[in-house]
Design a protein around this ligand. Sequence first.
Ligand SMILES: NC(=O)c1ccc[n+]([C@@H]2O[C@H](COP(=O)([O-])OP(=O)(O)OC[C@H]3O[C@@H](n4cnc5c(N)ncnc54)[C@H](O)[C@@H]3O)[C@@H](O)[C@H]2O)c1
Ligand SMILES: [Zn+2]
Length: 387
Amino acid sequence: MSVSASNTAARDRTSLVQVALGARSYDIVIGHGLVDELGARIAALRPGAKAFIVTDDNVARYALDQAEAALANAGIAANRAIVPPGEASKSFGVFEQVCEAIIAARIERGDLVVALGGGVIGDLAGFAAAVVRRGLDYVQVPTTLLAQVDSSVGGKTAIDSARGKNLVGAFHQPILVLADTALLDTLPEREFRSGYAEVAKYGLLGDAAFFAWLEANWRDIFSGAGAAGSRARAEAVAVCCRAKAAIVARDERETGDRALLNLGHTFGHALEAACGFSDRLLHGEAIAIGMALAFEFSARRQGLVSKAEAARASRHLAAVGLPTRIGDIAGPPPSVDQLIELIAQDKKVRRGMLTFILVRGIGAAFVETGVDEREVRAFLSEKLAER
Ligand SMILES: NC(=O)c1ccc[n+]([C@@H]2O[C@H](COP(=O)([O-])OP(=O)(O)OC[C@H]3O[C@@H](n4cnc5c(N)ncnc54)[C@H](O)[C@@H]3O)[C@@H](O)[C@H]2O)c1
Ligand SMILES: [Zn+2]
């Protein structure tokens, strides 16, 4: 097969997922090489609009020229802001610079912000779009696996406060999400694997058949090579986006169901915080441990799920190279007191009762609001003793 023929074949495998939110509905388009269509798709949605791209130094190196060329080919005038990579860019300082740059470029109501990057850029650019001129439309072009399956969909945008992550933000839905799976080829393997924890999460929380498919196909998803790899990646992203879109359509502002997406995140956030949100433990790595713990905790607690099923969940996460035990984290372990303190801070506590996402099985998560803090303490003491 010639290169152009295989590219065409890949392009024909574009999937479309709709996020159904009435007047704020939008499409998530998933496929290989989609950045080339950015300009044409924007022109079709907002004829005559100007664009302002927000990206980071790493993504600029790999994808900015392609994105700018796609906009130019469709006759769209574009300016840009390039910020340093990393969570530190979700700060008031960088946020101010991005807002000022958008205003200086005379982006007005009717024009567009384009978030070209991972979750950091999506959150930063999305929040700028939410507030500059009291709200501009924006397009998400997620470039990490985490952003393609999670952060670019659902309209949560935020920057960080000195007191905690994502404490200053807004709900602001994009008008289009363009998930180009070819962009994932340059993603460092550790970042890809960390994003994969969120992929597995969708299977573990609500889709046992998808989890079984992941157990059989994760190698293709990781390699991304050839037709099988490209198809498996696009399929995995599409299944996750469909699941998230359905949950968001039911519960846009997280008053109910949307909380299920936090499977593994209560334990996970506490571990991330205990590691100072550093390279010691990436978000997805923390969530992998958190999900394994949520399964074990559920198994221990009134035998909600069998030990064998809990072991199967951990086994898959470990097979792809994700950590699944607190002892897998390098360096000195956190103390039980520290973890309990962090969990209590993170979650609403009512009369000593904590809220957790627990499971009845693979693909069967539910919200449990009455978890006794003492029970969590006893469980974590056991887990820390296992090291
Ligand atoms: N809004 C939401 O619903 C939501 C959900 C989950 C997470 N988040 C947020 O997402 C952020 C994490 O996102 P992330 O994991 O994508 O991190 P990130 O945006 O920092 O990207 C990770 C690293 O990969 C680099 N990178 C991105 N795309 C690349 C590519 N194609 N090739 C090579 N390198 C590339 C980045 O420069 C960065 O160094 C956190 O701030 C988190 O709070 C938001
Ligand atoms: Zn997460």
